[in-house]
Design a binder for this molecule. Structure first.
Ligand code: HEM
Length: 521
């Protein structure tokens, strides 16, 4: 009987998210009212761990549940079709350069996938070499430490533009972060020249920042002409910067090994340029690759940082507790300058808990994979080539995983990911201290995705968020004044996620927080 039931389930189809106008309603709602779309997705996934959904021309399977989500991070799934869409539509790569990707079916792992490309020499395997380049320039300790040092230096310069010991009025936190973190992190990664060459660089970036998700997953570029124009404008800034940087750089000189130098910036940027050159990419595609790198760098970190600041400033008790905790990571160097040990910051339990909570509530992305073989999920057998999506928002808001008495999963609670443990201090006294805990939640918390395609910039992102927040709250006295709309006019309500961002990973706030502040040091 059980066998018969299982067989019936395998030949059945999972329930379907309804549409009033076939092929149109879901994709339209997804792009224009993502909040409502996700509410419907959450609703259907309450009753079933897998549901079908027509998103424009694509039939997708939406999945939830720890084991189902973990399954799509395994090697029977690939994210390559999605990356192709991003590179082609959002990066604006040329068709000649895209041809390298289409011709290489060997995948990103060291062992090539079986098929016609499996005999390609390792240096011609574009997916694999790109992955290795990310490992070398974004994952290893050296580039992360180098980023933490240079970001801290540049962000400190931004902060020191404010007079010490004087109250400054009318600071809009999110708008401040958008300008000043963008400036500091851009200099840290690609050096100062791109901003010197383009006085409107920051504006052009924040125009561009909205386009990658729309161009990659929404309307095709030939309809979405405005987004294409914005992409091409920012891409041109990156291309022109790259052409000059490459012309002036001595690739055989000592700066090739420097952690940071003013021409190309960091090893992240030199690694990307060298890798692209090794495939003889055009400057247009290299410009697009840098535009996407800068988008990865700023578009998620800065909204997340904004939300952390908003939450702390709304909760004075939590603010003070975090302020006290981060003092443990302060170091005074020989020049008597105070700076932060970024590794220490990532081990502070309360700060980690607040950061995790903000990522849980404000990262919203459909992690998308295509199956490379027939696969059974939640009892349904899906054919090879099926598109499977795991919405972070469903897993991240699941009441049974995250809810605590008095603290529903939908609400921010800074202490959600810490527990108090008894321990003994250096003098042998029993003391209580907080410990961060988060184990066993791979399929319930995946703001950085998972498997081989997991976000390559996650360690840099962690360092940047924690450093920026720590620098702000340790160096300033900050007082909340009022909520304002993004144009600076008064708002009666607090910020919520900006509805205009669909599948944009970190959702920015739709309101800003006006504060006054005084720099202490
Ligand atoms: C809070 C900040 C960030 C979040 C939430 C985030 C999230 C993500 C997500 C969800 C993916 C797709 C993963 C998947 O499909 O499994 C991704 C990919 C990626 N991210 Fe991030 N990201 C952040 C910051 C960054 C930064 C700072 C950089 C670069 C410096 C970066 C570079 C990348 C790259 C290169 C990939 C593609 C990885 C691959 O396909 O191999 N990200 N990110």
């Amino acid at each position: 009987f059980l066998n018969k039931q299982n067989h019936e389930k395998r030949s059945q189809q999972p329930p379907r998210l309804g549409e009033t106008i076939p092929y149109v309603s879901n994709i339209w709602q997804y792009m224009t009212n993502n909040r409502l779309f996700m509410t419907r997705v959450r609703q259907i996934l309450k009753d079933t761990p897998i549901a079908q959904c027509q998103l424009g021309p694509m039939n997708t399977y939406l999945v939830t549940g720890n084991s189902n989500v973990s399954l799509i991070f395994r090697s029977s799934f690939t994210s390559e079709p999605w990356i192709l869409r991003i590179l082609e539509n959002a990066g604006g790569y040329t068709s000649t350069d895209m041809a390298h990707y289409y011709a290489d079916g060997s995948g990103a792992t060291s062992r090539p996938r079986r098929g016609p490309s499996e005999l390609l020499p390792p240096e011609k395997r574009i997916w694999h070499t790109s992955h290795r380049m990310h490992d070398d320039t974004l994952i290893h300790a050296r580039p992360i430490n180098a980023f933490a040092t240079s970001f801290q230096g540049f962000f400190a310069q931004e902060l020191e533009a404010f007079p010490a010991d004087e109250w400054v009025e009318n600071i809009q936190i999110f708008s401040f972060l958008k300008s000043n973190m963008t400036a500091a992190a851009t200099r840290a990664v690609v050096g100062p020249r791109i901003m010197d060459q383009n006085p409107d660089f920051i504006d052009a970036f924040w125009q561009y920042e909205k386009t990658p998700a729309t161009l990659a997953f929404g309307l095709p570029p030939w309809i979405n002409r405005r987004a294409v124009r914005i992409r091409d404008r920012f891409g041109a800034m990156c291309r022109e910067w790259y052409e000059l940087a490459d012309r002036d750089f001595d690739w055989t000189g000592p700066d090739r090994q420097a952690d940071w130098e003013p021409n190309f910036g960091s090893q992240v940027s030199k690694g990307l340029a060298l890798w692209a050159k090794s495939f003889a990419f055009s400057s247009q595609s290299i410009g697009g690759a840098f535009a996407l790198l800068l988008s990865g760098l700023h578009s998620n970190v800065i909204p997340i940082c904004g939300w952390v600041m908003f939450e702390l400033l709304q909760n004075p008790e939590l603010y003070l507790a975090v302020k006290e905790e981060i003092s443990e990571a302060e170091i005074t160097n020989q020049a008597s300058k105070v700076y932060f040990d970024h590794q220490k910051l990532t081990s502070l339990p309360l700060l980690q808990s607040v950061f995790t909570e903000v990522m849980r509530l404000h990262v919203s992305v459909l992690i998308t994979r295509t199956s490379t073989e027939n696969i059974t999920i939640a009892g349904y057998t899906l054919p090879k080539g099926s598109i499977v999506q795991a919405p972070t928002e469903v897993a991240h808001l699941d009441e049974s995983t995250w809810g605590k008495p008095g603290h529903p999963a939908s609400e921010f609670w800074g202490y959600r990911h810490v527990k108090e443990i008894e321990t003994t201090d250096e003098t042998g006294n029993v003391v209580n201290k907080l410990e961060f805990f988060m184990s066993g939640k791979t399929g319930s918390f995946f703001p950085y995705g998972g498997g081989i395609s997991i976000c390559a910039g996650r360690f840099i992102a962690n360092a940047e968020v924690l450093l920026a927040v720590s620098m702000l709250i340790s160096r300033f006295d900050i007082e909340f004044v009022e909520w304002v709309k993004l144009d600076g006019s008064f708002s009666e309500r607090a910020a919520i996620d900006d509805i205009r961002y669909a599948n944009a990973v970190a959702k920015p706030p739709d309101r800003d927080m006006k504060v006054r502040w005084r720099r202490l040091w």
